[in-house]
Design a protein around this ligand. Structure first.
Ligand code: SF4
Ligand code: MG
Length: 336
């Protein structure tokens, strides 16, 4: 499969009153043409910062690129100016966020908000942009688009507003769509409709999607591959099947056991992972999950685990998988 985007060793920090927060600490992954890649993790794992870095939507300062590269079309997006990025955001990489109310302009009719990008980036005239906006609203399943186009965001329901956001993101036929918790604010039925809509549009338009979510149910429904983030690093990556059925990382196991199952008995216990994520003002030098991991060994707190390659598609950063750890485990047992 062809790569469309390549993130390498990305590190991003934020200057705060308390000091420097190392939000993303060396993240690497690829995005292939036509796939949906999920980035999962709890809040504070660095998943949103990673996705916002791709389109340079991190305010700098206080944000700062510490290192790394984001290669798109053979060029490093980190080196781009704001003007160049604005073009890329309107044309090549579309973005959808969780709360359309904060991304839509409340004082502007939705038709104008969709048309703007079409006029600016696709050089359509006003009339053609207006017609295309109606087409787009119809495409994302908004009934009566000729009338709706002249309404303001507050006249739409939450689900309909998210459809408008998708229409705006799709207006310029992006090659990559970044969707950060696109359905989190919506109820379950609407959520399913929006995810199905994104999937249909992806098939029609052949775009690649990066889907940021904390919800493994959403991942199962939409994605082919998964990146699991914790404490600003990628702890495991694999196909959906590898992550759901053959995960080798204790944090992924924790995520899976805290996922509600549709066919589960009502009294089946959902196991939330005890403890809280690491403080990235002063990140642990070893495995970020060590303080919460029931399998942790002495080495875990001292040294960052290396990646073990388990298949062409699966990689896991956990000391349990390495030869070093096997001998450490034995000696720790002997000592105990
Ligand atoms: Fe647990 Fe150690 Fe593996 Fe981290 S490296 S997940 S602390 S066993
Ligand atoms: Mg987030």
């Amino acid at each position: 499969m062809d790569k469309i985007l390549e993130v390498r060793d990305l590190a991003v920090s934020f200057e705060t009153y308390g000091g420097k927060v190392q939000a993303v600490r060396g993240v690497s992954f690829d995005l292939y043409k036509g796939e949906t890649l999920a980035i999962v993790g709890e809040s504070g794992s660095g998943k949103s910062v990673t996705s916002q870095s791709i389109v340079q939507l991190i305010p700098m300062p206080p944000g700062k690129f510490e290192s790394g590269s984001i290669i798109f079309n053979g060029e490093d997006l980190i080196q781009k100016s704001e003007m160049e990025m604005e073009k890329i955001r309107g044309k090549d990489i579309g973005v959808i966020f969780q709360d359309p109310m904060t991304s839509l302009n409340p004082t502007m009719k939705v038709g104008r908000q969709i048309s703007e990008g079409l006029i600016k980036h696709q050089k359509l005239n006003k009339k053609r942009a207006y017609e295309k906006s109606i087409e787009l609203l119809r495409l994302v399943g908004i009934p009566n688009p000729e009338k709706r186009i002249n309404q303001y965001p507050h006249q739409f329901s939450g689900g309909m507003r998210q459809r408008v956001m998708i229409a705006i993101a799709l207006a310029c036929n992006p090659k990559v769509l970044i969707a950060d918790e696109p359905t989190t604010a919506l109820d379950v039925t609407i959520q399913a409709q929006i995810l199905d809509l994104m999937k249909d549009l992806q098939e029609d338009m052949g775009m690649s999607i990066i889907l940021i979510t904390h919800d493994l149910g959403v991942v199962a429904r939409t994605s082919q591959r998964v990146v699991v983030m914790y404490g600003g690093i990628v702890v495991e990556t694999g196909t959906v099947d590898e992550i759901f059925y053959q995960s080798k990382h204790p944090y992924t196991w924790g995520l899976l056991s805290s996922m509600p199952k549709i066919d589960a008995d009502n009294d089946e216990e959902l196991l939330a992972i005890p403890g809280s994520p690491p403080d990235l003002l002063d990140p642990p030098k070893g495995c970020p999950f060590a303080a919460r991991c029931s399998h942790a060994m002495n080495i875990c707190a001292d040294e960052m685990p290396k990646y073990t390659t388990l298949s062409d598609t699966q990689k896991t950063a956990c000391w349990l998988l390495t030869k070093e750890a096997q001998s450490i485990k034995q000696s720790e047992t002997v000592m105990a």
